[in-house]
Design a protein around this ligand. Structure first.
Ligand code: HEC
Length: 153
């Protein structure tokens, strides 16, 4: 009897250990604030790329930011009752289209103007979301001393 009980218990223990081993974590779903931290990084790099007329880098950063916003809209179509997907479609995407056009045209003045508009779009959504204390501005200094923003010559 004891032997059987022992066997049963060790089988159970083995099963539990196996289950723990093979337990896969739930698929990773990013926090909205983490997606936003990504767009903050892109906003900064985009600013320096544009200021130094590195148009290929600017185009790349716009693409990355579009992906950030697409993720935000997909994972958080509504966040704290804020229609994130709708606001992205109505304010961020037009601002991104405008800046993309200025990059394509290598239009420095147009870039500056549309970059300001893009930055305003960040803040208008933060205000709508009751997070007006997250205030984005045109960056003045790059913390990325490990990346060259000037274009190849
Ligand atoms: C459609 C709405 C919307 C737009 C557009 C938007 N944000 Fe956000 N952002 C949010 C919300 C909502 C939060 C707060 C998330 C939370 O409470 O977890 C946030 C948070 C943030 C944060 C805080 C992240 C942290 O952990 O410190 C930063 C930085 C940020 N946004 C940057 C940006 C930048 C830069 C842009 C524009 C290029 C932008 N956001 C555009 C909705 C938006």
């Amino acid at each position: 009897m004891r032997l059987i009980l022992g066997l049963v218990l060790s089988c159970l223990a083995l099963g539990a250990a196996r289950a723990a081993d093979s337990a896969t974590p739930a698929p990773y779903s990013p926090d909205l604030a983490d997606i936003m931290a990504g767009s903050q990084l892109r906003q900064l790099k985009l600013s320096f790329a544009g200021a130094q007329k590195n148009w290929p880098l600017a185009e790349f950063e716009i693409g990355q930011m579009r992906k950030n916003f697409a993720d935000a809209a997909q994972y958080y179509p509504e966040f704290d009752k804020v229609p994130v997907a709708k606001l992205i479609k109505e304010i961020s995407e037009p601002a991104l289209d405008e800046i993309a056009a200025s990059v394509k045209a290598k239009d420095e003045a147009g870039f500056k103007k549309s970059f300001a508009r893009l930055t305003e779009a960040c803040n208008s959504c933060h205000q709508a979301a009751g997070k007006g204390f997250i205030k984005i501005r045109v960056p003045t200094l790059s913390p990325f001393s490990n990346q060259v923003f000037a274009p190849e010559r």
